[in-house]
Ligand binder design. Sequence first.
Ligand SMILES: NC(=O)c1ccc[n+]([C@@H]2O[C@H](COP(=O)([O-])OP(=O)(O)OC[C@H]3O[C@@H](n4cnc5c(N)ncnc54)[C@H](OP(=O)(O)O)[C@@H]3O)[C@@H](O)[C@H]2O)c1
Length: 83
Amino acid sequence: MRRSTAAHLARKPASLGHVEAAAVPMAGLTAYQFVVEHLALGTGGTVLVNGAAGGVGHFAVQLARIAGAEQVIRVASGRYEPS
Ligand SMILES: NC(=O)c1ccc[n+]([C@@H]2O[C@H](COP(=O)([O-])OP(=O)(O)OC[C@H]3O[C@@H](n4cnc5c(N)ncnc54)[C@H](OP(=O)(O)O)[C@@H]3O)[C@@H](O)[C@H]2O)c1
């Protein structure tokens, strides 16, 4: 088990509400551990995120781009298509 340190803290951006900010750590850390630590992407690859509209998935999409993926393919159901 990892010890928590002050380096694990981050200031909440003013543009983000407290409720939204409270939702970030669990799903965000899950995506971070998989995309950044487990996948250890190089630059230029393609990543497919299944469930890209979900709590973990929407972080994974953004982190994959930040981590260097050239292309991120997002899989989500049709309910998000604009009417
Ligand atoms: N959230 C966390 O903190 C956390 C932590 C550890 C592990 N997990 C695990 O990570 C997974 C995702 O969690 P989440 O919080 O991101 O859940 P979520 O917000 O409910 O998102 C799950 C996504 O999966 C998609 N989905 C559901 N049924 C599907 C199917 N039959 N085929 C393809 N896609 C399907 C949905 O896509 P559409 O929206 O496009 O319909 C939904 O966006 C779960 O297994 C969860 O147990 C989550």
